[in-house]
Design a protein around this ligand. Structure first.
Ligand code: NAP
Length: 247
């Protein structure tokens, strides 16, 4: 894809690892300035992308913390020399899988906080600037698990909540040319899924139409498209990147 977005700023939460890192690389490659926000490894990840000639900064971010989100947005704009945010990718995530009967309150809280409060906190800090620019892209990382998946009551609830958030914001913000979409990946090879036992991974293989585990780049390619002007008439959608996986 050619460079089309010189100077536009994209924020990627959870951008130091897995899918977020691939998104950061891809957005950088198509010309965005990118700010990676993460709990750790943000600087090393950004340096790796800078070594490839991309304009990327890595900054500390805890999406569950309102003030941390505000600082991240301000720091990203000042480091990258711009006064507004063009693209927000709400990608940070955690899993704490367990059957409901064994799930602790802490496992419930942290998953809801990272995904739902995280997307709310970050979106609140960029939305005014998108409205005043009459342009913006918000991309929320949901999951196929939103449809229900054994052992993931917390995660499925958070990811389903993100879809309600996406669809509502798309209705509120469309008049300002701010599009809001959700991506629903299936099983993607990242540090998050590498903890899944081999037996369970094999089960996933049986349920795939395309007989390979997804790669972070499979998701990043869709994010890159949604971030561009080519996707200006797509909003309120939940788009799967699943290789045909069903649960
Ligand atoms: P990953 O490699 O674990 O990356 C997630 C990143 O988010 C990590 O760097 C993590 O940091 C960071 N993070 C966690 N809590 C955070 C917080 N409070 N503030 C800021 N950053 C935080 O996982 P991934 O597979 O790339 O997942 C990316 C997104 O895709 C997640 O939303 C996930 O739910 C979603 N997704 C993944 C799959 C899949 O198959 N991999 C499928 C569907 C959806 P730590 O490592 O320090 O926790």
């Amino acid at each position: 894809m050619s460079v089309q977005h010189k100077g536009a700023l994209a924020l990627v939460t959870g951008g130091a690892s897995g899918i977020g890192f691939a998104i950061s690389r891809k957005l950088g490659e198509i010309g965005f300035k990118v700010a990676i926000g993460d709990l750790k490894n943000y600087e090393a990840s950004a340096q790796e992308l800078r070594n490839s000639g991309l304009e990327v900064v890595g900054l500390p971010l805890d999406v569950t913390d309102w003030d941390s989100c505000g600082r991240f947005v301000q720091n990203a704009m000042s480091h990258l020399g711009t006064d507004h945010v063009d693209v927000l990718v709400n990608n940070a995530g955690v899993i704490r899988d367990n059957l409901l009967i064994k799930m602790t309150r802490e496992d419930w809280d942290i998953v809801i906080k990272v995904h739902l409060y995280g997307a709310f906190n970050m979106t609140k800090h960029v939305v005014d600037s998108m409205i005043s620019k009459q342009h913006g892209r918000i991309i929320n990382m949901s999951s196929l698990s939103w449809t229900g998946n054994v052992g993931q009551a917390n995660y499925a609830s958070a990811k389903a909540g993100l879809i309600g958030f996406t669809k509502t914001l798309s209705k509120e913000l469309g008049r300002y040319n701010v599009t809001v979409n959700a991506i629903s990946p299936g099983f993607i090879d990242t540090p998050m899924t590498r903890t899944v036992p081999e037996k369970v991974r094999e089960k996933f293989m049986d349920r795939l139409s395309i007989r390979r585990i997804g790669q972070p780049e499979d998701v990043a390619n869709l994010v890159a498209f949604l971030a561009t002007d080519q996707a200006s008439y797509i909003t309120g959608e939940v788009i799967g990147v699943t290789g045909g996986l069903t649960f």
